[in-house]
Write a protein of this length. Structure first.
Length: 354
């Protein structure tokens, strides 16, 4: 039995809302940034998912798929609070190797767990602990496997409220019922590349040579996958963050010049603070005042300096040369696409002390 366990909270945001409001339990619920047909669902309850509503489904489409769906505006602070409860309860029972996201954690099974029956009993006990300490309406899907990659895959194979285990003897035939797109790291483009190399099924993927996968992935990623599919553990190099961004869906009351301008100021300040923590941007004492007074000029400078281009006046985000920003129908966001200045604009005139 492998030491890796992935635990995933099912329909986390929607389940928290159902936990807090018993009237929502057993009913289709979608969590949305604002109550508007023009936005999208950021989470859906189990009941809503049975109707075909998923994360990213447009609200107007969700209403067609599920006429009885209940829309709830998101409450990020509450979700963070429940996440902290979840991590605290988890750490009281098992070694947490990494908190992967707000609703997912990678853990290491105790060394005393040596057999399948022991692992199943431990996982059920872990679920009971979380139910009593976090909330009785929240459910968890657990995957246990010889390595982290397979444990993550296993956690998705028996949702919701599932427990799926992969032992070394189960490989690779237990994976053959899956589709290529079920694997982390295989999206539409990678699937197309696999098909072009004659790999159309998971059975063909698991039987491919290490050299073939290295060629398809164009690097070491294919070699790692070859080992992971065989239950082996490999060391992966640490990843480097390449983007920094913040976004906010404007409620109706802020969809005007003043509201949009205020949101852009705040988004830029938050992105700049994160950049400073990473050592990628240094602001003088008077710079934040400039960000507040002229965010359009600062944002224009950052886009030109780090990406080498500006959006055209006819782009969806509008021209960045004249304040205040134009009111947009949806999300206002600021993100820097690279952590390096664009070589072609190293000599571009700088705004004061930026």
């Amino acid at each position: 039995m492998g030491p890796d366990l992935i635990l995933d909270l099912d329909c986390f945001f929607a389940s928290v809302e159902q936990q807090l409001d018993p009237r929502l339990r057993g009913r289709p619920v979608a969590v949305v940034p604002v109550k508007s047909d023009s936005t999208s669902c950021i989470a859906a309850s189990k009941e809503a998912k049975r109707c075909g509503v998923k994360t990213g489904t447009r609200v107007r489409d969700a209403r067609q798929l599920c006429p009885d769906i209940i829309l709830v505006e998101s409450r990020p602070r509450l979700y963070t609070e429940y996440h902290q409860r979840f991590v605290t309860a988890l750490e009281s029972r098992i070694q947490v190797a990494e908190v992967m996201s707000i609703d997912e954690a990678w853990c290491l099974l105790p060394k005393s767990v040596n057999h399948r029956t022991q692992a199943e009993a431990f996982a059920r006990s872990l679920k009971a602990t979380l139910t009593s300490q976090v909330g009785d309406w929240l459910t968890y899907s657990i995957g246990i496997a010889p390595n982290r990659f397979l444990a993550k895959l296993a956690s998705d194979m028996a949702k919701p409220d599932g427990l799926f285990m992969i032992e070394q003897a189960d490989l690779p035939h237990c994976l053959h019922r899956l589709k290529l797109r079920d694997f982390c790291g295989i999206g539409q483009k990678m699937e197309t590349r696999l098909v072009s190399h004659g790999i159309r099924t998971v059975a063909q993927l698991t039987s491919a040579t290490r050299e073939t996968l290295h060629h398809v992935w164009g690097g070491i990623g294919g070699v790692h996958l070859w080992h992971w599919l065989r239950g082996e553990v490999t060391e992966t190099p640490p990843t480097q963050r390449r983007t920094i961004g913040h976004s906010h869906v404007l409620p109706t009351r802020l969809r005007n010049d003043l509201g949009t301008h205020a949101v852009v100021c705040r988004l830029l300040q938050k992105a700049a603070m994160r950049l400073r923590k990473m050592g990628s941007l240094h602001l003088s004492p008077g710079a934040l005042h400039q960000v507040h007074q002229q965010p359009h000029l600062v944002l224009r400078h950052l886009l030109l300096r780090y990406t080498g281009h500006l959006p055209s006046a006819g782009s969806p985000r509008g021209a960045l040369g004249t304040p205040p920003p134009q009111t947009g129908p949806g999300a206002q966001g600021h993100g820097r696409q690279s952590l390096r200045p664009c070589p072609r604009h190293q000599g571009h005139p700088q705004p004061p002390q930026l």
